[in-house]
Design a binder for this molecule. Structure first.
Ligand SMILES: Nc1nc2c(ncn2[C@@H]2O[C@H](COP(=O)(O)OP(=O)(O)OP(=O)(O)O)[C@@H](O)[C@H]2O)c(=O)[nH]1
Length: 665
């Protein structure tokens, strides 16, 4: 039998951040009651909690360290992390069962629209195991390689992970990458096989693969269906039994690490912290180790997953603090905080990943510059993997050059800028960072060094000043069914890949490693791989340093004038192909105008491809009826001369979206 006790949540809603407000509004409405006590027995486990949420929160402060478990759910894309998190939240009573909600922790609009997790989300839940109440801090992480920074950030606050593998698709590239991330941090791993309800699932084979790749004993792998809730209680049991409690000290001075933050327009920057030592109470003064600034702690709360206020946070716990940080730049993910005027060592457990793809972001008109800057600052606060540098362009004015972990990361960031901050920025072509060694002594003196890292093709020096070009490489891991191996090798060769290894995981699947130029994979490599393997192949990559390369700058000229925003750096072997493709694309994208437009793609003074967009043409001879042919010729000649003059002075209007659309294939 299911029984509910109730509390009013009016107060909680009032104080929740925007991110959680949506979640709460969806879950529970003011004046309605919150079903937080779940007494359902699931497959022989004990009820998750038999106390009211208020009592639970009171117990929160006194929760001993050995009854705390901090863990993340990690997996490849779509293997069911958020669905498993939903079931765990339901089972522990944090959200109502069968409330018709899916992926509760995917609370951002972009996550719901795209059906993917882009932000790691935290929930503190209580679970009763063998008569004892445990506090579990769960982090649901994204699965896509472009958001792997979120995974590494989350693992800094964890002692273990649930490694989830789809029983149909088996171990995929991101499963391997995430498993190694967890192992690097010496985290306990709870292996779980999901989607066992699907008819063609092959759990035994997947267990064998996990044994081969990770050395995991098949007997230790839990089999669940996150969708139906089967076996989820066993996962909670295993988490409590195998993941160690946090290694923290409650007696020493307070020290915590900020591992996530976001901006609330009423309360400023909110920091999600993991307490390493001591405890923190409201109204104490904290100091940032990085900026040395002091802040009063205005409120402390835990995310359950909606925000719930608590009076204090002790070592081993995860909570949200608001401390009047008005400027989004004051909150730094990875920073250590401590009590005012106390000397503590930096936690130093997390370093953000280096961005790989760079793009210019400009306001649609310069009057929106300040608003866009504030929106970018707030977004960067919530996404520490993004880097920002001031940039300017003759056509687009003052803007910024932003660094991302991949193209999807860039698209999601820009979509969030629009959806969450109402900004409508113009994004220029994404590019990677090339390294150049200079040969021109004047330029070397001017730069103060003989190497340059450049991500903006428009800033490339003239070829005669460059001694050598280097381009960034990645080590790519591809896991694919054997029948697609031939096609995938073809794709990698086309993208200038060098095979490093090719091993059979089992009779049906192969794991290949390729060194690939980063510039060849950022645009559509993943899409091509997915479509040629009917969605079965998976791909992940990691940085593999720089390598000498033969590069040229491809300029696009419109009626003889170069358009800086469209120029690109390409490998010399690809220059003609890319030139052809770009002029054809631009011909489609640039609307017809009053003048004829010549689109040329050039390397130096050599034109590699050309297309022409014909001008609108008024029928100047329409009013003639009969008469001598010379009258017709005269009118046409006058028109041609007028057009010629216009071509010299006319500004060709290039729609803003062209800069990004020209790159899509
Ligand atoms: N049949 C079945 N489908 C499942 C199960 N678990 C998840 N799914 C489905 O798999 C799809 C992906 O699930 P998600 O929970 O969004 O996967 P995810 O790993 O969180 O995805 P990302 O965060 O984007 O990487 C959804 O359509 C789920 O309904 C399961 O146990 N059985």
């Amino acid at each position: 039998m299911v029984m509910f006790r109730t509390i009013s949540i009016r107060r909680l809603l009032h104080r929740s951040p925007p991110r959680c407000r949506g979640l709460m509004a969806a879950n529970v409405l003011p004046g309605r009651t919150l079903c937080t006590v779940n007494r359902v027995k699931d497959e022989g486990t004990e009820s998750s909690a038999e106390t009211t949420p208020g009592e639970l929160l009171r117990q929160f402060a006194s929760m001993p360290v050995d009854r705390i478990r901090n863990f993340s759910i990690i997996a490849h894309v779509d293997h069911g992390k958020s669905t498993l998190a939903d079931r765990i939240l339901e089972l522990t009573g944090a959200i109502a069962r069968n409330a018709g909600q899916h992926q509760v922790l995917d609370s951002l609009q972009v996550e719901r629209e795209r059906g993917i997790t882009v932000k790691a989300q935290t929930a503190s839940i209580f679970h009763r195991h063998q008569g004892q109440l445990y506090l579990l801090n769960l982090i649901d992480t994204p699965g896509h390689v472009d958001f792997s920074n979120e995974v590494s950030r989350s693992l800094a606050a964890c002692d273990g992970v649930v490694l989830l593998v789809d029983a149909c698709h088996g171990v995929q590239a991101q499963t391997v990458a995430n498993y190694h991330l967890a192992k690097q941090r010496n985290l306990a791993v709870v292996p779980v096989l999901n989607k066992i309800d699907i008819k063609h699932a092959n759990p035994d084979q997947v267990c064998q693969d996990m044994k081969l790749l990770f050395g995991i004993d098949p007997a230790q792998v839990l089999r669940v269906s996150a969708k139906l809730g089967t076996g989820v209680a066993k996962v909670l049991e295993r988490i409590i039994e195998t993941i160690p409690p946090p290694q923290v000290q409650r007696e020493s001075e307070f020290r915590a690490v900020i591992f996530d933050s976001w901006f609330d327009k009423y309360r400023g920057a909110l920091n999600l912290i993991y307490v390493l030592n001591g405890k923190l109470e409201t109204n104490q003064d904290i100091q940032s180790l990085a900026t040395k600034k002091v802040y009063p702690v205005k409120s402390i709360s835990v995310l359950r997953p909606a925000e719930a206020p608590v009076p204090e946070l002790s070592a081993g716990q995860v909570g949200l603090i608001a401390c009047n940080m008005r400027n989004s730049k004051e909150s730094i993910v990875g920073d250590t905080i401590h009590l005012k005027n106390q000397a503590v060592a930096a936690a130093g457990s997390y370093k953000p990943q280096q961005p790989l793809v760079f793009a210019g972001v400009f306001p649609s008109d310069q009057s929106k510059h300040v608003a866009l800057r504030s929106a970018i600052d707030k977004m960067v606060l919530n996404d520490s993997a993004v880097t920002v540098k001031v940039d300017s362009s003759p056509a687009l004015g003052q803007g910024w050059r932003l660094g991302f972990l991949g193209l999807l990361h860039m698209e999601v960031f820009c979509q969030r800028l629009e959806q969450e901050h109402g900004a409508e920025p113009i994004i220029t072509a994404p590019s990677v960072t090339y390294r150049l060694t200079l040969s021109n002594p004047k330029l070397i003196k001017q730069q103060g060094r003989d190497t340059l890292d450049i991500s903006n093709a428009a800033l490339f020096p003239e070829p005669h000043s460059i001694k050598e070009y280097f381009e960034p490489l990645v080590m790519g891991t591809i896991i694919t069914p054997t029948e697609y191996v031939g096609q995938i090798i073809g794709l990698c060769v086309e993208r200038r890949g060098l095979q490093q290894s090719c091993v059979n995981i089992d009779e049906t699947r192969v794991l290949m490693k390729y060194i690939l130029p980063l510039s060849e994979i950022i645009l559509d490599f993943h899409d091509r791989l997915k479509s040629m393997s009917s969605g079965y192949a998976s791909f992940t990559y990691e940085d593999h340093g720089y390598h000498p390369s033969n590069l040229v700058r491809l300029d696009i000229h419109l009626n003889g004038k170069p358009v800086e925003e469209l120029c690109r750096i390409v490998h010399v072997s690809k220059a003609t192909g890319v030139a052809r493709q770009m002029v054809l694309k631009l011909k489609d994208l640039i609307p017809k105008q009053m003048v004829q437009i010549a689109i040329q793609a050039c390397v130096g003074s050599k034109v590699l491809a050309r297309e022409t967009i014909k001008a609108y043409r008024k029928d100047v001879t329409a009013k003639l009826y009969g008469g001598d042919v010379t009258r017709r010729m005269k009118l046409l000649k006058q028109q041609a001369e007028g057009k010629k003059k216009m071509r010299m002075f006319a500004n060709i209007r290039v729609p803003h979206e062209t800069f990004i659309n020209v790159l899509k294939r």
